[in-house]
Design a protein around this ligand. Structure first.
Ligand SMILES: [Zn+2]
Length: 172
């Protein structure tokens, strides 16, 4: 083991790993590897890794804000379920920005009395769902740009795979 030589790729050597970014099987040889707590994690590209790290940060930030609005730390998992449902369509950055800009209004709504916490969380996430569609981020961050970058990265990753195949074809 060890050695500093370049890895030699044979077609039979392909090892597939599941990427953390898209939950897809990808070639380990071209994946971006990170070691976290002695465990290997694979991403399609470094950009995917950074984007996911950024999403984690934003999500944490968002949860902090929501806890602030509710006035306590929410442990009911329905909140996470609801949020991940929304993020299928809208980014964490967008939700974060919406909640940030409307925190006073949201706080007022959440001050009402509810029958139970489930209903309260549902009410909260329904407000977000109903309003986020038409919400345009006014913060002059480069979120739009980074969305475009992500599309670019995914395209690049695909074409990189293609070029790897082309490279292997040349070996034959
Ligand atoms: Zn991926």
């Amino acid at each position: 083991m060890g050695g500093f030589g370049l890895p030699i790729l044979f077609r039979g050597d392909f090892m597939l790993v599941k990427c953390k970014c898209h939950s897809e099987k990808i070639d380990r040889g071209t994946a971006f590897k990170v070691i976290i707590n002695n465990k290997n994690e694979y991403y399609c590209t470094e950009e995917d890794y950074l984007r996911i790290q950024n999403d984690k940060e934003t999500r944490k930030n968002l949860l902090d804000k929501i806890n602030n609005i509710f006035g306590y730390v929410i442990t009911n998992t329905i909140l996470y379920k609801e949020l991940s449902e929304i993020t299928k369509v809208h980014s964490y950055s967008k939700i974060n920005s919406y909640v940030n800009e409307n925190s006073q209004m949201l706080e007022k709504y959440m001050g009402k009395s509810f029958n139970n916490e489930y209903g309260k969380i549902k009410y909260f996430t329904t407000i977000i769902k109903n309003n986020i569609k038409d919400y345009i981020m006014t913060t002059p961050t480069s979120i739009k740009q980074s969305d475009a970058e992500v599309v670019g990265v995914m395209y690049k990753a695909k074409s990189r795979k293609k070029s790897m195949d082309a490279y292997l074809d040349e070996l034959e």
